[in-house]
Design a protein around this ligand. Structure first.
Ligand SMILES: [Zn+2]
Length: 290
């Protein structure tokens, strides 16, 4: 899954290339790409035609295009392999082209998705905590790079969690945008093992962790996102590679850049977690005790 910095790269590209344009027509080339739009393809196309794209917005890993007069938005699910491409209409259809929107600025906005886990949906906009978001995003917490992110209130939420800190970091209703890669990087920086129980961590440790999450994401944003997969590309089809700056994720067996111990890989939530055995000692009990 693309993480926050990758999604932000796509958002920036859309803000530059499609915001302010009006959708002239839409072709749905694969029904799976609009499966979240329950009224179906004809309704989908009808609702978008003639609408001006007001903005390109993001919260965590969620991306949406509010449409004038800001009553609805196109929510973009990138899934595992979704790409948003801006192309001249003369460019031949991509092999995995799923949705094509022709814009009045002379370009196509294309949704290409090899594995078809992603798609577009139309959702009403609603106000949550003073911010306008699509209804499917209403339960998603602010992300660490949101100017209104309130670290102290997230610390309070984490202090009440009787669950592993990595699991809490990945919970998009606690804070959003942190996926497996940035969770491991933030935990490494804060020198906390992901299996520590959230409520047992001190306030300073939790603050350190949230500061680290903000920092790793800020650095990734500055470098254009992490990409391990040629399928994660920005709106113009360029990859945002910067994996060399990772300290923990994917670094199994390589020396920790702080202490030199080989980074270990462990199973967590059916995925791999990477940590330093010396800087991030494993807790004695790995499961919450009730
Ligand atoms: Zn170390």
């Amino acid at each position: 899954m693309p993480e926050l910095p990758e999604v932000e790269v796509v958002r920036l590209g859309l803000a530059t290339h499609v915001v302010g344009s009006t959708i002239e027509s839409v072709d749905v080339l694969h029904p799976r790409a609009i499966r979240r739009h329950l009224p179906g393809s004809r309704d989908f196309v009808g609702q978008l035609r003639g609408r001006r794209i007001a903005a390109a917005e993001r919260r965590g890993k969620y991306l949406w295009l509010p449409l004038e007069p800001r009553d609805i938005a196109v929510v973009v699910h990138l899934g595992m392999s979704g790409q948003m491409l801006v192309q001249p209409p003369t460019v031949p259809d991509e092999k995995h082209l799923r949705i094509r929107a022709r814009l009045d600025n002379g370009a196509d906005l294309r949704f290409v998705d090899q594995r078809t886990f992603g798609g577009w949906a139309i959702a009403p906009l609603t106000v949550v905590d003073g911010t306008i978001v699509p209804e499917p995003v209403a339960h998603i917490a602010r992300d660490p790079v949101d100017p209104l992110f309130d670290a102290e209130s997230v610390v309070n939420v984490l202090r009440g969690k009787h669950t592993e800190i990595k699991r809490a970091l990945l919970d998009q209703t606690v804070l959003s945008g942190v996926g497996n890669i940035y969770a491991d990087e933030a935990l490494w920086r804060a020198e906390i093992h992901g299996n520590r129980i959230a409520e047992t961590l001190s306030r300073p440790a939790l603050r350190r962790l949230l500061t680290a999450a903000h920092a790793v994401m800020g650095e990734a944003l500055a470098q254009g996102g992490t990409s391990f997969d040629a399928l994660y590309v920005n709106v113009n089809g360029e990859s945002g590679y910067f994996d060399r700056s990772l300290d923990a994720y994917g670094q199994e067996g390589l020396p920790c850049s702080r202490c030199g111990s080989p980074i270990r890989r462990e199973k967590f939530m059916n995925r791999s977690s990477y940590s330093c055995p010396k800087c991030q000692p494993r807790p004695r009990t790995t499961r919450p005790v009730s």
